[in-house]
Ligand binder design. Structure first.
Ligand SMILES: Cc1cc2nc3c(=O)[nH]c(=O)nc-3n(C[C@H](O)[C@H](O)[C@H](O)COP(=O)(O)OP(=O)(O)OC[C@H]3O[C@@H](n4cnc5c(N)ncnc54)[C@H](O)[C@@H]3O)c2cc1C
Length: 371
């Protein structure tokens, strides 16, 4: 027999994006009945595959709306982690120790970077090779001068675990159900259809990462979004070898601390929902990272994996109210920086849902794709 549940808000997607929206909504409006649908341990989901770098200054080289949104999100991180720790009672590794960019990898863009940091008042330092020896003694001498920039690092799996736990504690229903379609008419949605029943909602949120396009199709929507595959690995190295995140050319090293080693990334592959992890690709990541931190070449590999980044055609997030359905909202397309965007995105989308959003960000609006 078909089961029916009734919620104020049904969020489809059990990654950091879906859970952070549920968390923010429950913190503002504890009276709401909210469900999160999806598999929180989906093996290809981006939220558990990421490196957890909070890197607006390494990722952006111009001060557009996206850059400012990411920067605001970084600023919100310390308070967000604190609030989350209190509610979830789980510890999440988070640091603002900063990121390093070795000059040997950024030859062409080195001066442009410094100019950009100056223009935007981004806290940075240039470390001479002597200072590098003092502050990060295990780095290779071939790194040369290094740019230090004030960015963050989080263990994104601990973040995701804490969000799931906090959502449950706040009374969110976490339903491990796969949505196969929706009961709807031309302008509104009534139920999400799952294998274990229909789930009724007053409002729906599509926060399904790389799978958002397929769900959009069940709504008669054509969303220009696809997965971009990333292969990664994690190596066992003592925490004291490096307390910063490193950006190299086509490679990065992210410390997860607490004895959890270092995450090395990553590839960018347009190969659909391909889940393969290739030994030679992983070895390539290790070899390149070891040029920066030589001890990585001998370090045991703890694990390697693949994850899928949700990428819209213009590489901008898709966030806000649907044009087509009066009770549908989106938060997807967070691509390479969804962990960074999590706190700001949660505020933005929760305000859109609660109709308290002061100003829509045009560049992120679903309207640009007539969604
Ligand atoms: C290799 C890699 C490295 C990255 N590194 C970083 C980084 O260092 N810093 C950073 O900021 N970002 C990084 N990212 C990007 C970041 O991880 C993503 O932008 C972000 O996690 C997207 O989260 P999400 O919740 O939207 O999607 P996901 O985490 O992919 O979650 C999607 C959810 O939707 C669910 N779902 C899908 N279809 C259905 C359905 N039909 N019914 C119900 N549920 C469904 C899935 O089960 C899953 O729970 C990285 C990503 C990858 C892949």
């Amino acid at each position: 027999m078909t089961q029916k549940h009734n919620y104020d808000i049904v969020i489809v997607g059990a990654g950091v994006i879906g859970f952070s929206i549920a968390f923010r909504l429950m913190r503002s409006r504890p009276d709401l009945k909210i469900a999160v649908l999806g598999d929180p341990m989906n093996s290809l989901m981006a939220s558990r595959a990421a490196a957890g770098m909070l890197a607006p200054f390494g990722e952006c080289d111009r001060a557009d709306r996206f850059f400012h949104f990411c920067r605001e999100s970084l600023e919100k991180y310390p308070a967000f982690i604190e609030e989350l720790a209190v509610i979830s009672d789980a510890s999440v590794y988070f640091s603002m120790n900063g990121s390093l960019m070795p000059s040997s990898f950024f030859k062409e863009t080195w001066e442009d970077r410094k100019r950009f940091f100056e223009e935007e008042n981004i806290p940075y330092e240039v470390w001479s090779p002597g200072e590098v020896r003092e502050k990060a003694p295990y780095l290779s001498e071939s790194c040369g001068e290094i740019l230090w920039v004030r960015e963050g690092q989080v263990n994104n799996r601990e973040l995701h675990d804490a969000l799931v736990s906090a959502a449950r504690k706040l009374g969110v229903a976490v339903l491990e159900a796969n949505v196969t379609g929706f009961n709807r008419d031309e302008s509104s949605i009534g139920h999400a259809v799952t294998g274990s029943g229909e789930i009724a909602g007053k409002k729906f949120v599509l926060a399904s990462g790389s799978w958002s396009e397929a769900l959009g199709r069940t709504l008669g929507i054509s969303m220009p979004l696809k997965p971009i595959k990333g292969q990664m690995c994690r190596l066992q190295v003592e925490d004291n070898r490096l307390e910063y995140t490193v950006h190299g050319l086509l490679t990065y090293i992210a410390p997860w601390r607490g004895g959890q080693g270092f995450v090395l990334g990553s590839t960018m592959e347009d190969r659909g929902f391909d889940s393969a992890v290739e030994d030679q690709v992983i070895q390539g990541l290790i070899d390149r990272a070891a040029e920066i931190l030589p001890c990585l070449s001998q370090a045991p590999v703890i694990e390697s994996w693949t994850g899928l980044r949700p990428a819209a055609e213009d590489l901008m997030p898709i966030m806000g109210k649907s044009q087509r359905y009066k009770n549908l909202y989106y938060s997807t397309g967070h691509y390479r920086n969804g962990i960074l965007q999590t706190p700001n995105q949660a505020d933005y989308v929760a305000e859109a849902i609660l109709e308290t959003l002061k100003e829509e960000i045009e560049e992120f609006s679903p309207a640009r794709y007539s969604l």
